[in-house]
Design a protein around this ligand. Structure first.
Ligand code: PLP
Length: 633
């Protein structure tokens, strides 16, 4: 057997396929981060984790790499600039960041700061998000795109934002919003910037595409759009209609879907211009994908196009429709969220232990008098070969069943049944080793790998930190961050800390399909950290406090040129008493109840004074502590 190298690990986990140049493996076998892309400074992940733990923070730990955010903003805007040159496009690019994708203040603030040179604005879909945008943006160069359901308060606030020198565009999502907008703007004496959201016939592609098409929840049909134009004209407000908006869903996997939508939307845009609206902006929504598995395909966790191809197609479609009809090129808005923020966040958790059907089992030969089933299983185990794997598997299965019935009938003792299991798993282990080298795996043996996988217990909650993994079966790249110069000798799945059987990760990225197991190392007494990558979009704030596991500690890391780094922000995770207060438990009340119970036991002589002091101390510390397990090291 050839030795194992870090290159083998890099290939195994596909880090250069999905890492987008931000992540790699160094010669010592550690995962490294290139937060400004290749050629820039390099940060060693395990060292970062160790340093940060020494500062008193804890795992699970969420990293946010500010430089990656910065780099993504630059990259997407850069692709549009390139496309403008390629197609001699005369408008400007004015991206907006949809706050709902990651609402954390530090993330939004950093995006606003990094986005200033590119006029990156904000997209809001609710009143709370609008209030955030109002406070964070400062100039009319950056747009505030106002989507979502709107009431009077929402509209008044958005209109008044113009008085602060901002540029809010109120997007009519439903036709009923028009009358309210006309009324409110008349009362305030502020002429609105109006957009209309078109409900396209073109559909998205991928898991999130249901939100589009003729029956989607949002958007105006062409019939509604034409009526809107008439109504605005009759109110002498047609000059306020500036923007066409559409959004065909998130994580659009196929470029074809973008192209279809763009062709249709560009025609609507031109049509609106021809009806007399001074259209100067077209907003192509979100949907720019992230290649989570690195396969570059239209699989749901991938995408079959690059950011540059996307930008080219957006620009080309609009340019085509406008040039053909003599309509001036509008400024182009996109609302890419996922593509902007996914890469910047990495979740790191420690493995608490491993549970598995022991690999390489070498059971001792049966002795005289052991049950026939055990003798026969032994024979099967001894004789597994390439030629008879399926037959051996059938025999082993049948014998295991026989063993169970013999046990149920009382003819086989508990120790005997344990021997049956031992031999059965030993057979499966041998069979699996053969299967793993086979070109073609027979269907009935395909589940074997999953059945024999070790369970790695991770110090994290899927529901809190990876909700889409649970709710949508979305795949995220995962890998150990150390020991990558060693051959991973186990195959495992992850179980989280919750008592929920759904609290697990047992689907992993693969270039062709989905894998049921991930290669991992046997634990060696040292901390074993696993990272989940590309978790910056949608995961952080949809999370729920299942089993009362709360937010993790979070650090914002900024790399400096000399190879060092600064922690720009540290956001401590939820304390136990905070999480408890979300479900209406009050710290003082809990303490008082426990104090009373302790007093009663003291009175009855059921607890010593020392024990009572220790219990109360632990209880208080528990309330102030981390909701996850804290390792001693
Ligand atoms: C969610 C949403 C987005 C963000 O989509 P991504 O796929 O994350 O880029 C953009 N626009 C609207 C209207 C949305 O609802």
């Amino acid at each position: 057997m050839r030795g194992w190298t870090v290159t083998d690990s890099a290939e195994l986990y596909g880090i250069s396929n999905w890492g987008a140049g931000y992540f790699g493996v160094d010669p010592s076998g550690d995962v490294v981060v290139h937060p400004r892309g290749e050629g820039g400074p390099v940060l060693n992940m395990p060292e970062l984790v160790r340093d940060i733990r020494r500062r008193g923070l804890r795992t699970p730990l969420l990293f946010r790499f500010s430089d990656i955010l910065h780099s993504r903003v630059k990259e997407i805007a850069g692709c549009f600039e390139t496309a403008f040159q390629t197609f001699n496009y005369e408008g400007n690019y004015r991206g907006v960041y949809p706050i709902k994708v990651n609402q954390q203040r530090q993330v939004v603030e950093e995006l606003v700061e990094f986005g200033r040179p590119y006029s990156l604005g904000l997209e809001v879909g609710s009143k709370p998000e609008l209030l955030v945008a109002l406070a964070l943006l400062e100039s009319s160069d950056t747009l505030i795109i106002c989507n979502g359901y709107k009431d009077r308060a929402y509209m008044e606030t958005a209109l008044l934002a113009q008085r602060l020198g901002l540029y809010p565009i109120i997007v009519l999502d439903r036709s009923t919003e028009l009358e309210l907008l006309i009324k409110v703007s008349r009362e305030l004496g502020i002429r609105p910037h109006i957009g209309v959201r078109a409900r396209l016939a073109a559909r998205g592609a991928g898991k999130w595409s249901e939100s589009t098409g003729d029956r989607s929840k949002f958007g105006l049909s062409t019939f509604d759009i034409v009526n809107t134009v008439d109504r605005l004209r009759s109110e002498e407000m047609l000059d306020c209609l500036e923007m066409l908006h559409f959004h065909i869903g998130s994580q659009i996997t196929a470029i074809r879907a973008h192209k279809d939508a763009l062709r249709e939307a560009s025609r609507i845009f031109v049509g609106l211009h021809q009806l007399g609206a001074p259209m100067c902006l077209i907003d192509a929504g979100g949907g720019l994908g992230v290649d989570y598995d690195g396969s570059q395909t239209n699989f749901h966790s991938s995408m079959n196009y690059s950011t540059q191809e996307y930008a080219n197609d957006v620009v080309a479609a609009i340019q085509d429709a406008c040039s053909e009809t003599g309509v001036p090129h509008p400024d182009i808005v996109t609302e890419s969220g996922r593509a902007l923020v996914s890469h910047a966040s990495v979740l790191v958790f420690d493995v608490l232990g491993v549970d598995g059907v022991t690999r390489g089992l070498e059971p001792s030969a049966p002795v005289e008098g052991e049950d026939r089933v055990i003798q026969e299983l032994y024979a099967v185990w001894k004789n597994v070969t390439h030629r008879n794997v399926i037959e051996s598997y059938h025999d082993a299965l049948q014998l295991k069943e026989e063993g169970t019935s013999t046990f149920n009938l009382g003819y086989l003792g508990l120790a005997g049944r344990a021997r049956v299991e031992e031999f059965f798993w030993a057979c499966c282990d041998r069979i699996l080793r053969i299967v793993q080298d086979m070109e073609y795996v027979p269907e009935e043996l395909q589940g074997l790998e999953r059945a024999l996988a070790d369970t790695y217990y991770g110090n994290f909650s899927v529901f809190q930190s990876l909700p889409d993994s649970w709710a949508m079966n979305q795949l995220f790249p995962m890998m150990p961050i150390q020991r990558l110069h060693e051959r991973p000798d186990r195959r495992g799945v992850f179980a989280d800390l919750t008592c929920d059987s759904d609290g697990k990760v047992d689907q992993f990225i693969d270039l062709r399909d989905v894998r049921n197991v991930l290669e991992l190392h046997s634990l060696n007494g040292q901390p074993y950290y696993v990272a989940v990558f590309l978790v910056g979009a949608y995961q952080e704030t949809l999370g729920e406090v299942h089993n009362l596991f709360g937010d993790t500690d979070t650090v914002h890391v900024h790399a400096d040129a000399a190879g060092g780094y600064t922690l720009e922000h540290v956001v401590e995770g939820d304390r136990v008493d905070e999480v408890l207060s979300y479900v209406q438990y009050d710290r003082r009340h809990l303490l008082e109840r426990v104090r009373q119970a302790v007093e009663k036991s003291l009175r009855n002589g059921e607890i010593t004074l020392e024990e009572s002091a220790l219990l109360r101390r632990r209880y208080e510390q528990g309330l102030s502590g981390y909701t996850y397990l804290e390792r001693e090291d």
